[in-house]
Every structure is written in structure tokens, then in C-alpha cells.
Design a protein around this ligand. Structure first.
Ligand code: ADP
Ligand code: MG
Length: 288
């Protein structure tokens, strides 16, 4: 039988936007010393809007950059894809068909469109392939950037902006008061990660990480003796969520993340994580 205090705390949890899937993980939440947060959709709203389109080729216009990239993004479920598709819609563009679509995990997407090989990728991908970042390229600190490559030629880039959730700063501040460290872990670029982490007063950030590296980062923290909670939403976050001592899936994310995690944040609100920890502590006190 479920002890009464636990049953009561579970219904309290539900009122606070928490779905407890694994009781042990819920009870262990009082031991958390570090929370690793993903960025998009947890600390930020997760709604990307195209803020700038830059062409690097004289004969290619901004609309063409959006038209080609939206052809690939119609196959992707990433929030970046949603932002680019919205822009194509706003511009009333006819989106061409896509063949041979492939998601390059944590880096972008590639496909054939109108017989051309197209890539929409992260700054990290350019570095990795030794493709020069164009002169005059200045990413605003708070913006996510994707580059568009057509038949091996860099034709331009798209800047997208997301917003920090109004509740995030208070959630991080409360965790700090409870002596819990917060770390930002993201596949997005360094500048964006630094800006979000500093704005929220987080302890540190790790940027441009690939999904399989997320798992390794959790293990590293555990080896240092940290009791680690992690939040995540993507299919790719599932291994790291499973590795974390307390896995917290963000409600708006993928089903696989929700299946793997012990706890689901129904409203994707970071403040509910604070409730989780405080409940965990209160429940434990009542049980002993
Ligand atoms: P996170 O979940 O931390 O935001 P991801 O692994 O989902 O990180 O993505 C990392 C980076 O890979 C993005 O910031 C972007 O540059 C690139 N990327 C991923 N998916 C797409 C996509 N569908 N279109 C363009 N770029 C993408
Ligand atoms: Mg993600």
C-alpha cells in the first residue's frame, strides 16, 4: 500500500503540474545537488521566430533562403523547423518537395530539393567541416543561427530568437537558496548558452553538445559525487534522462522522453521543479 503522506503528496504534486511516474525518483528528489537543464522549451518558451535572413550570394534573395530551408524543415519537428515554416507561411511561399531527408543529430538537417543537395545546419557543423564562417557574420548574443548550404556553397543564414520564460529566473534563484546548483546543457551555440545562463544566474553552462554527449556529461557529474536531476524534452535526451538520478521530462516534448523520465513536468514550467524538490523534502520528513 502507498503510505498516506505519499498519496497526499502525489495529489499535491499533480496540482503543481507534476506527473509522478516513478515513486523512487520522486522520493529521491530531496537528494538532488545539481539540476541540469535543457534550454529550449524548459528555460525558454521554445517558440523560435525568424528575426533575420542574410543572403551571402548576389543572385539569391531572402525568400529563396526560406523557401529552400522550409522544404527540409517540413520534415523536422525541431522548434527551429517550426519557426522557419512559420516564416515561409508569412511570406506565402510555395514549399517544394523534399527527397532523401536526413536529420543530422544535434547539428541540423539535409535533403535533396529540386535536384540540389541542401543542408540547414548549426555553426558547430561549419566548424567541424572547416567551412569558413562568413566575414561580417555577427550573431546577436541571444540568437540561434542556422546556415544554409546548397551544393556545397554557403548561401546564407537565418537568425532565430526564442524568449526566456518569465518563471525561469525565480526558479533558478530558489534552487540556489536550497543549495542546488543549476547547469545549462544545450546543443545550441556558445553565445546563446552563455547569455541565457548569465541572465538567469545559473552556475555554469555547457553548449554545442551532441545528444550522446549529454549522457556523458551526466555521468561526469555523478562521478564527482553530485546527485543529478536532468530535464529534457527530445527523443535524443532519453539516454541522459535515464542516466540521471532523477529524470524530468518536459510535458510539451516527445513521448519517448516522457516514457523514460520518472517525472513529467506537465506545464513545462521550471517553477514546478522547485515544487518537486520541496515536496520531496517535506514528504521525507513526514515519513521518518
Ligand atoms: P537542444 O535540444 O539543446 O536545443 P538540439 O540537439 O536539438 O539542441 O539542436 C542543436 C543544434 O542543431 C540547433 O541549435 C541547430 O543549430 C541544429 N539543428 C537541430 N535541428 C535542426 C533543424 N531541424 N534545422 C536546423 N538546425 C537544426
Ligand atoms: Mg532538444
Amino acid at each position: 500500500a502507498v503510505p498516506l503522506v505519499v498519496a497526499r503528496s502525489t495529489s499535491l504534486a499533480a496540482k503543481n503540474g507534476l506527473l509522478i511516474k516513478n515513486r523512487t525518483e520522486f522520493e529521491n528528489s530531496r537528494k538532488i545537488t545539481t539540476i541540469v537543464f535543457d534550454k529550449t522549451g524548459t528555460l525558454t518558451v521554445g517558440k523560435f521566430e525568424v528575426s533575420k535572413i542574410v543572403s551571402l550570394q548576389k543572385d539569391i534573395g531572402e525568400n529563396e533562403i526560406i523557401r529552400l530551408s522550409s522544404a527540409l524543415e517540413q520534415k523536422s519537428e525541431h522548434p527551429i523547423a517550426t519557426g522557419i515554416l512559420q516564416k515561409a507561411k508569412d511570406l506565402s511561399l510555395v514549399i517544394p518537395a523534399t527527397e532523401n531527408f536526413n536529420a543530422i543529430t544535434g547539428k541540423g538537417v539535409e535533403a535533396t530539393v529540386e535536384g540540389k543537395e541542401i543542408l540547414v545546419v548549426s555553426p558547430g557543423y561549419l566548424k567541424e567541416k572547416n567551412i569558413a564562417i562568413p566575414d561580417g557574420f555577427k550573431a546577436n548574443d541571444t540568437e540561434t543561427v542556422v546556415f544554409v548550404i546548397v551544393n556545397n556553397v554557403l548561401i546564407g543564414y537565418i537568425s532565430l530568437s526564442d524568449e526566456i520564460r518569465p518563471e525561469s529566473a525565480e526558479a533558478i534563484a530558489t534552487l540556489k537558496k536550497e543549495n542546488i546548483k543549476s547547469i545549462l546543457l544545450t546543443g545550441d551555440n556558445n553565445k546563446v548558452a552563455k547569455s541565457v545562463s548569465e541572465t538567469l544566474g545559473m552556475d555554469s553552462f555547457i553548449a554545442e553538445v551532441l545528444p550522446d554527449q549529454k549522457l556523458e556529461k551526466i555521468k561526469e557529474l555523478q562521478k564527482k559525487g553530485e546527485y543529478v536531476a536532468m530535464t529534457g524534452d527530445g527523443v535524443n535526451d532519453a539516454p541522459a534522462l535515464a542516466q540521471a538520478d532523477v529524470g524530468i521530462a518536459v510535458g510539451s516534448g516527445s513521448d519517448i522522453a516522457a516514457e523514460t523520465a520518472g517525472i513529467v513536468l506537465v506545464n513545462s514550467n521550471p517553477k514546478d521543479i522547485v515544487s518537486l524538490i520541496l515536496f520531496g523534502k517535506a514528504t521525507h520528513r513526514k515519513m521518518i
